[in-house]
Design a protein around this ligand. Sequence first.
Ligand SMILES: *Cc1c(COP(=O)(O)O)cnc(C)c1O
Length: 418
Amino acid sequence: MPTLTRQHCLSLDQEDSLAPLRQQFSLPQGVIYLDGNSLGAMPKAALSRAQQVIQAEWGNDLIKSWNTAGWFELPSRLGNLLAPLIGADEGEVVVTDSTSINLFKALAAALQMQAANPATAARKVIITERSNFPTDIYMAEGLTRWLDRGYRLHLVDSAEELDSAINSDTALVMLTHVNYRSGALHDMAAITAHAHRQGALILWDLAHSAGAVPVELNRAKADFAVGCTYKYLNGGPGSQAFIWVPKHHQAAFHHPLSGWWGHAAPFAMQPSFEATPGIRRALCGTQPMVSLAMVESGLQVFAQTTMQAIRAKSLALTDLFIALVESRCASHPLQLATPRMHAQRGSHVSFIHPHAYAVIQALIGRGIIGDYREPGIMRFGFTPLYTQFVDVWDAVEGLRDILDQQDYQPDAARNAVT
Ligand SMILES: *Cc1c(COP(=O)(O)O)cnc(C)c1O
């Protein structure tokens, strides 16, 4: 590696083929934004799109817009735009509801598929990781408690334990592809194959993967997937999530939130539910259209590049960040919590520090925005569409200065959102 200097980082930006895409985002002056893994930056196009939806489609065209502006079709149209980013086919993805709600639907449908098959009906265990994002665990707890049919959650503590835990009692494996805390990346194809050999189904949460790392759902033969659009996909705060059900599972996919948008003929107003044949059966009810429309502006930026180009830059950014923190902050008690191996790393990097929360607050005070996660973790997201190599340099210099000067308040009160 050449000597790491700010000049070297500037030259990396000059050679970077993705650099022009940064112009398509609205980023405040003087801010280094390393939290696009939690809330993606605003595509400039979102502002004019919002104006169009609110003023023309809502204000002027009123209810006609369900047809004339394509509102009713929007969940599936956006799903088809998103599909190539996750290795899905047309007609397999809808953008709707939240990740938590979509987890509920996929969990319920998966358990029902297993229960309906005499060969797997006795399986009662759902396997996930203790380190999974809490809502994934909570939704599974809520569903199984409510079903009251003897299902239980098995929380594993390591990848090795995961392998042996998946067995003939396993109904479903539910994993998050890139861990929200450590940034560790699972081998989707290998774990999916292992789960299938054991007769289990598998549900992947792509919250920190979609738009961050290449995902090949169909090639891996995964069963179900869900994920966020407000993180790496830049859909806007609280923008709707996605759910993927491959074609071969769609006919058997029945979830209990059987609202009218999932009906075969929603405007026939029939007194009983009949699921529509395709992926739209994963829908429930009317969507917040202003928010949903914003998702397209984020996806339009992805349409101008490839996940391979994004991955190459993401690894270069995270490699650089790790190397700089470890060389320039070497005298401080920082411990890398993210795998060094490329094959095991997503697009964010976490360091453990005894005063992690206070240090993150001090960084934010200087316009360098990362976030804090329990326990004691500073998390930095790298979003190749708009993060520059020089940002990495400047962020590490800010961190080094804060640590050298002890310019942070260890006893600072916590905000509601950390
Ligand atoms: C961010 C995230 C969620 C968020 O779920 P919401 O329903 O959008 O609040 C879920 N799962 C994982 C793994 C996440 O990282």
